[in-house]
Design a protein around this ligand. Structure first.
Ligand SMILES: C[S@@+](CC[C@H](N)C(=O)[O-])C[C@H]1O[C@@H](n2cnc3c(N)ncnc32)[C@H](O)[C@@H]1O
Length: 249
């Protein structure tokens, strides 16, 4: 029997996150420098490549990679699409994961590379454009992206407004959408990838159930409208990510 849940499954934090939350602050400050020194090697042991510089992706794409591994999404036909690449840290992690698996899939990264573009306000009344400018601290987004993704032959960059893009692929296995947060963009970006998403493939959205209520309600509407095409959905409440898996067929 196929389980068609209208309520997403909840994903729980992994053991290391739980352990950190339980640890007293004094112990954390002792462990932190040791952890920092050991981290690149531990990271490589877990993911098969060294991490990019700290803080270079906002979301922490390890959550996406762990999900794809757990649900077998790397084995689904098609490329990976990323809408909203910012400084390329996430693009790097997705592309390096594919190389580690010796996969011929590509990462198609869509970004307008204009941080002034999205003026959607969060519940605190701060526009996204202001938050991005603060993160960049005067650096050029495009320069950062090029530096972080340099040499990655499996990355296809589309520097454009996602509303004006057609995806240069026949099939998509996984998409991560974290571009413009206005409802018409959320809808546009969903439809852009949904029509090319392979059976069993997954589209994930950042900012679900958090401080952009219009993103959440638009996604709830989209899930209701496409319910018969959805296998399952999952929420990572800590990372504010909604994963929607297309019906396996
Ligand atoms: C929240 S940031 C992405 C963060 C990235 N996912 C990460 O975790 O590092 C949103 C990105 O979407 C881009 N963006 C905003 N509006 C866009 C649009 N209409 N089309 C394409 N990209 C857009 C911005 O330039 C910005 O880089």
């Amino acid at each position: 029997m196929i389980c068609l849940s209208s309520v997403p499954n909840v994903l729980y934090p992994d053991w290391s996150t739980k352990l950190r939350a339980l640890m007293p602050r004094s112990l954390q400050s002792v462990i932190r420098p040791i952890w920092r020194a050991a981290r690149p090697a531990l990271y490589r042991a877990r993911y098969g490549f060294f991490p990019p510089p700290d803080g270079i992706d906002l979301v922490g794409y390890e959550t996406l990679i762990d999900f794809m591994r757990a649900k077998g999404v790397f084995g689904v036909p098609g490329d990976i699409v990323e809408i909203g690449a910012f400084c390329g840290g996430g693009t790097y992690k997705l592309a390096r994961s594919l190389l580690h698996l010796r996969s011929s899939k590509r990462v198609i990264a869509v970004d307008c590379f204009d941080v002034t573009f999205d003026n959607t306000q969060c519940t605190e009344g701060i526009p996204m454009s202001q938050l991005y400018a603060r993160c960049l601290g005067g650096r050029s987004q495009m320069e950062m992206f090029c530096k972080v993704t340099r040499g990655l032959q499996n990355v296809v960059v589309i520097a454009a407004d996602s509303r004006r893009v057609s995806l240069p692929t026949d099939a998509v296995c996984f998409a991560f959408i974290d571009g413009n947060h206005a409802p018409d963009y959320v809808r546009n970006d969903f439809l852009l990838v949904w029509e090319k998403l392979s059976p069993g493939g997954v589209v994930a959205f950042h900012d679900y159930g958090y401080d952009l209520p219009m993103v959440t309600s638009t996604l709830d509407d989209l899930c209701a409208q496409h319910r018969s095409e959805i296998q399952e959905s999952y929420v990572d409440a800590q990372k504010h990510i909604l994963f929607i898996q297309k019906m396996r067929g």
